[in-house]
Design a protein. Structure first.
Length: 180
């Protein structure tokens, strides 16, 4: 576990956190660290080894939401069932870790996006510009949904929708707190 959760010295082999993932960390102390890259913030995490085609959502795809499975060990999943807090129904909506930027192999390390403008996010139909973004609680997906303008968020607000959903993706000003 890192002593400092924000650092500018992380090594990204591909040079782009949106495309980096690896079976092993070159520097194991980097797990859990959050860092800024250009106008975005990322956090280094490990994808659950069970995020395979056999789970309810399937393998991780780019733009899916990541849910915390184990915050203390920085393990994330795309399967909402494992993002429950204390086994409480739909509590995964308050347990979003970030956004996967690429398809990641189960059990690998990756950088998830936790803050940025105009970010492509998997979203359900009806997600409209100007609305607040929350996790979709209606289906076995790792997608976002939205709350109408003037309506209070019933789950953790993840940002604001910039463009209405098209081809199952909405562009979002995404902003969630990272876990130190």
């Amino acid at each position: 576990m890192p002593n400092v959760n924000r650092d500018q010295t992380l090594y990204v082999q591909t040079g782009d956190p949106d495309t980096w993932y690896s079976a092993a960390l070159q520097r194991p102390g980097e797990l859990g660290k959050a860092y800024d890259w250009n106008d975005r913030t990322y956090q280094r995490v490990k994808l659950d080894s069970g995020a395979t085609a056999l789970n309810a959502v399937g393998v991780v795809a780019a733009n899916q939401l990541a849910f915390w499975k184990d915050r203390s060990n920085y393990i994330v999943t795309n399967d909402k069932r494992f993002g429950l807090r204390g086994g409480v129904a739909n509590s995964f909506g308050n347990n979003v870790a970030g956004v996967f930027r690429a398809a990641v192999t189960a059990g690998y390390y990756c950088d998830i996006l936790i803050r940025g403008r105009n970010i492509a996010v998997a979203a359900v139909a009806g997600t409209d510009a100007g609305e607040l973004v929350i996790a979709d609680v209606t289906a076995s997906t790792a997608s976002a949904d939205s709350v109408a303008v003037g309506t209070a968020c019933t789950y953790t607000c993840l940002g604001v929708v910039r463009t209405s959903v098209a081809d199952s993706v909405a562009y979002v000003d995404f902003d969630i707190p990272n876990v130190p």
